[in-house]
Design a protein around this ligand. Structure first.
Ligand SMILES: [Cu+2]
Length: 331
């Protein structure tokens, strides 16, 4: 019996601790002012709630034991109304709620400030089930990997091409919905370089849980080099196999849904593939961009990411090899 209890406790503790390893999507390690403010409010509300919990539960347990019914007890004294008690459970909670409001409201207003004129503008468009990033001032269009220069404000214009999505990079900022037919705006000012993980945070259909993206925060020089490379047309195929891949794009129907600048492919239903090889992941963050994974994706997109909108006829081994080589060359 005691061994079973110990085993259960250990198992529960391990389960709880298992969540404490890598936490790329934690709100508890903010890296921007806005994310820090949100974390601080959350921590304050958590401890306030903890104190309230302890007071209320202690009173409850005390009363249950102290005033429990004993054998021979008659009907207890009946009271109607108790001014002191009523004040005690009205005034302190009102003060506490008031303090929370006083701390929260200025943060809401500070976070709703429009971005300054020097901010860079990026459109982030939610699609079932991937993210498009469009830099109108630079002419760059990419997918699932948002590059931002460090220490510069960015105004994100959040849009949706189909249903509700939500843009969430916990270490950079709280979430905001992407609503069809309207533009929601918020500002992010990254303070540290690195890669941050984001996730769609509004249920949007079958592949919602597999709709991830990354934000790469880099120095201005790295960002400029990245943007210049993205602006270029596709790198022409450098091998016979890759050239066969470019030809298979039309035969495989890929051109209907994907754009590759410098070729006839100009579809818009799927991500722009002009520089697909420059991205660390494919299929909106769920697969590392390796030749094996690329081949797997092209062989069976529905098996890899059930429900996604890439439906293609089965490709032959030759076509798969050629298309994989071609994709890997689109740096
Ligand atoms: Cu979603």
């Amino acid at each position: 019996m005691r061994a079973a209890l110990a085993a259960t406790t250990l198992l529960l503790a391990l389960t709880a601790l298992a969540a404490c390893g890598a936490t790329p999507q934690t709100t508890l390690e903010p890296t921007t002012e806005a994310a820090r403010q949100a974390r601080d409010l959350m921590v304050f509300v958590f401890w306030a709630a903890a104190v309230v919990f302890v007071i209320v539960e202690s009173a409850l347990v005390y009363i249950l034991i102290r005033f429990r019914r004993r054998p021979g007890d008659g009907l207890p004294a009946q009271t109607h109304g108790h001014t002191a008690l009523e004040i005690a459970w009205t005034i302190p909670p009102t003060i506490l709620i008031g303090v929370i409001a006083a701390l929260t409201i200025p943060v809401i207003f500070a976070n709703a400030q429009p971005a300054g004129a020097d901010a860079m503008r990026v459109r982030a468009i939610g699609h079932q089930w991937w993210f498009e990033f469009d830099y109108p001032e630079l002419g760059v269009v990419t997918a699932n990997e948002l590059h931002l220069p460090v220490d510069r404000s960015v105004e994100l214009q959040l849009e949706s091409d189909d249903v509700l999505h939500s843009f969430w990079v916990p270490r950079l900022r709280g979430k905001l919905d992407m609503v069809p037919g309207r533009v929601n705006r918020f500002t992010i000012r990254p303070e540290v370089t690195g890669t941050f993980q984001g996730q769609c945070a509004e249920f949007c259909g079958t592949a919602h849980a597999l709709m991830k993206f990354t934000v790469v925060v880099e120095t201005q020089a790295e960002f400029d080099a990245w943007a210049a490379a993205q602006l270029a047309e596709r790198t022409p195929p450098s091998s016979e196999l890759a050239r066969a891949g470019e030809e298979a794009m039309a035969a495989g129907g890929c051109v209907a849904c994907h754009a590759i600048r410098g070729t006839d492919a100009a579809g818009v239903l799927g991500p722009d593939l002009t520089h697909v090889a420059s991205r660390a992941h494919i299929a909106s963050g769920i697969l590392a961009n390796t030749p094996d994974n690329m081949r797997r994706w092209l062989q069976d997109p529905q098996g890899v990411k059930p429900g996604n909108l890439m439906t293609i006829p089965e490709l032959t081994d030759d076509q798969l090899d050629a298309l994989t080589a071609y994709m890997q060359g689109l740096t």
